[in-house]
Design a protein around this ligand. Structure first.
Ligand code: FAD
Length: 383
């Protein structure tokens, strides 16, 4: 099917932007462009996860910090998102012997938030935004975006394509064909898996206003609260170690050794089952430069800079991309031929610095494995 004709007619007189990838950064970008009066078309490969019966992949609770909040604020979304989130004033450290103690985030009153609602709903409130789910971009050649289901869309010269399609961006593949495009990706030896800690008698199983951390040398588990009073626990561990745990009994043995207080809270049966629900997921750090291709296309979020999660800044940095791009649009009167290079100039060093800091902390954690106190502090400082 080629629906370029209908699409062209409906948009020929408007400023149009195609956002590829309707994740966190794509949806926020849609809000920014819609607010400026652009006609926004978002193309997302997945079904609408709000209507899907089964949702694959990672849960949506992420730590939202100052950087991300500023970006939400600029587009009028901070209060809504924060009011639906859960504040975390401190980390709660779980020692091996079961004792717990808090380490506050900054001064009194300062906190980070667990972000629990999707930005997609906000994007949909703009009448000039259309969300096209189940549109997986296959390639993009000569102003034509081709999606799965044989849908293709021919673009005008004035059209801007914003690649927000995550760490394995299909949009970015087109950049790889260009001379002087730098690209690197690094997988780390750690993987992660998520477990759910259910409520007990309808209440949170642990204190909710904390980011719970179990630091254990090369392993670490963290837990963030959800609105349904569950916690999502994320276990970070080298793949080698994941591979050593192959049966339910081994899972219990492993947890008894390293996270004994979590067993009754998650439940032994659930633990044995859920540990094997999905394989441990890999973590990749992606860097590239420039972030733009002439005046036609720009990368944002993980598509431009996937970072390892040991700084809790991936989404926050992606949100900041939208804010910075918007500011440059103001400064340069939406002239894409000037805005896009300026965005690269301003943004690449900052995003690379965040990627380096995240990787630096990961490497530090590994290299100081024998210095327990140092390692412990590193784990804590990063979250
Ligand atoms: P994504 O969230 O990956 O979204 C990309 C979207 O594009 C997806 O919806 C995908 O379906 C779609 N897509 C992909 N390919 C195509 C295609 N070909 N065509 C159309 N659509 C496509 N960050 C924080 O700030 N705080 C945290 O606490 C935090 N914790 C994390 C914990 C873990 C374990 C991990 C792995 C990451 C964490 N992050 C955190 C990072 C954060 O998850 C990412 O930085 C963020 O999700 C990036 O958003 P994005 O929209 O750029 O990419």
């Amino acid at each position: 099917m080629d629906y370029s004709t209908n699409f062209s007619k409906s948009t020929s007189k408007k400023k149009v932007v195609a956002v590829v990838g309707g994740g966190l950064v794509g949806a926020l970008n849609a809000c920014y462009f819609a607010k400026r009066g652009f006609q926004v078309e978002v193309f997302e490969s997945r079904e609408d996860i709000r209507q899907a019966k089964i949702v694959k992949g990672r849960s949506i609770n992420l730590a939202l910090s100052h950087r991300g909040r500023q970006a939400l604020k600029q587009v009028g979304m901070e209060d809504t998102i924060v009011s639906k989130g859960i504040p975390m004033h401190s980390r709660m450290i779980h020692s091996l012997n079961g004792t717990q103690y808090p380490i506050p985030y900054g001064k009194k009153g300062q906190c980070i938030f667990v972000m629990l609602c999707s930005v997609t709903a906000a994007a949909e409130t703009y009448s000039n935004t259309k969300l096209n789910f189940a549109h997986k971009l296959l390639n993009w050649i000569n102003h034509t975006l081709t999606f799965s289901l044989s849908i293709s869309l021919s673009l005008f010269l004035k059209y801007l394509i914003v690649g927000c399609d995550g760490a394995f961006s299909a949009i970015r593949k087109q950049f790889l064909r260009q001379s002087r495009f730098n690209f690197s990706q690094t997988y780390i030896p750690h993987g992660y898996l998520e477990l759910t800690m259910p409520p007990i008698n309808g209440e949170f199983a642990m204190k909710p206003n904390y980011l719970h951390i179990w630091p254990r040398n090369t392993f670490m588990m963290i837990a963030l609260p959800n609105l349904d009073k569950t916690f999502t626990c994320t276990l970070f561990m080298p793949f080698d170690e994941f591979e050593n745990v192959t049966t339910g009994d081994q899972v219990i043995e492993f947890f008894q050794k390293y996270f004994p207080d979590a067993i009754p809270l998650i439940g032994a049966d659930a633990l044995k089952r859920d540990y094997f629900r999905l394989p441990a997921q890999a973590m990749v750090s992606v860097k590239c430069s420039p972030y733009h291709l002439s005046d036609k296309c720009v990368l944002m979020g993980d598509a431009a800079h996937a970072v390892v999660p040991f700084y809790g800044q991936g989404m926050n940095a992606g949100f900041e991309d939208c804010l910075v791009f918007n500011e440059i649009m103001d400064q340069l009167n939406e002239d894409f031929s000037a805005v896009l290079p300026e965005y690269t100039r301003v943004r690449v060093p900052d995003d690379h610095a965040i990627a380096d800091l995240a990787m630096y902390n990961y490497v530090e954690m590994r290299s100081h494995v024998n210095s327990k106190w140092f390692l412990f502090r590193k784990y804590i400082d990063n979250f």
